[in-house]
Design a protein around this ligand. Sequence first.
Ligand SMILES: [Ca+2]
Ligand SMILES: [Cu+2]
Length: 218
Amino acid sequence: MKRSTALAAVAIAVPTLLATGATGATGATGATATVPEKAQGTSVFHSRLTELNDSGATGTAMLRLRGNELTIRIKARGLLPNSVHAQHIHGVGNSECPPPSAAGADGVLNVLEGVPFYGPIVSSLTVRGSTAPSAGLDVEIMPVADAKGRINYRRTITLPATVAANLSAYQIVQHGVDLNGSGEYDFGPGASELNAAFPLEATVPANCGTIDHVGHQH
Ligand SMILES: [Ca+2]
Ligand SMILES: [Cu+2]
């Protein structure tokens, strides 16, 4: 329980660091602004999640957007089993995931080293409750991989209007990698650059995928 207590405590402190640039996001219970007639109908998107940090974690996401309402399904595998994995939509409208060289000399790509590429959190893909950027590391409501390292996630959320209007320029990122192969998150590889009370392993990105538009439905 010691570790989960630490994770919960840090979840309060870290989101402000992760959420820089995300001011103006409205979160799950955002405004019900009217959507222009031409924007009605459903847009369909796909994302292929490819590993970062040699995590072996891959996946696919299917996204259906109507106005600002997003139904997202993520199927991922190869994640650290029986462990929580924070996941988010990130971006600044640049449609980019970090290259291996972004990891720097130590070979480990931490969250901040990825931010110039995948951008800040714009929506937290929690299992319930808030989807605001400020919930970015609220591990109590983030998905937990099963005993085989799989996450099967589905939720309908409300996106900030600015994100919904340009969804194909954003990315999906899942976090948490057992860098030292110990079978759990621990402090062997060090503490998170976001907060020293948090294991680096719990916050490093495990995969990233750009969101690609595949069509419309009416
Ligand atoms: Ca470990
Ligand atoms: Cu993230």
